[in-house]
Design a protein around this ligand. Structure first.
Ligand SMILES: [Zn+2]
Length: 79
């Protein structure tokens, strides 16, 4: 029987070779590499998504501003 290490993240036991010791507020804990990697990649994706979203918002704001300026110009011409 192989000894398994308790993973506080998955709340289950994994093989020690797939585990990594990390420091938490509660002290040293063992967490599996897979869950660490998963958390890291999801954070990257979220950041990339946030960046794209803010770029889109900026572009939309610019278009709205241009439309507003054009509208004002048209209103002036009408007078
Ligand atoms: Zn785990």
């Amino acid at each position: 029987m192989t000894t398994k290490v308790y993973c506080y993240h998955c709340m289950t036991y994994h093989r020690p070779e797939s585990m990594q010791k990390i420091m938490t507020r509660c002290g040293e804990r063992w967490r599996c590499v897979r869950s660490i990697e998963a958390a890291r990649s999801s954070t990257d994706e979220r950041d990339a998504f946030g960046l794209r979203q803010s770029e889109r918002n900026k572009a939309r704001a610019r278009v709205m501003q241009e439309n507003a300026m054009q509208g004002r110009r048209l209103a002036q011409q009408a007078l």
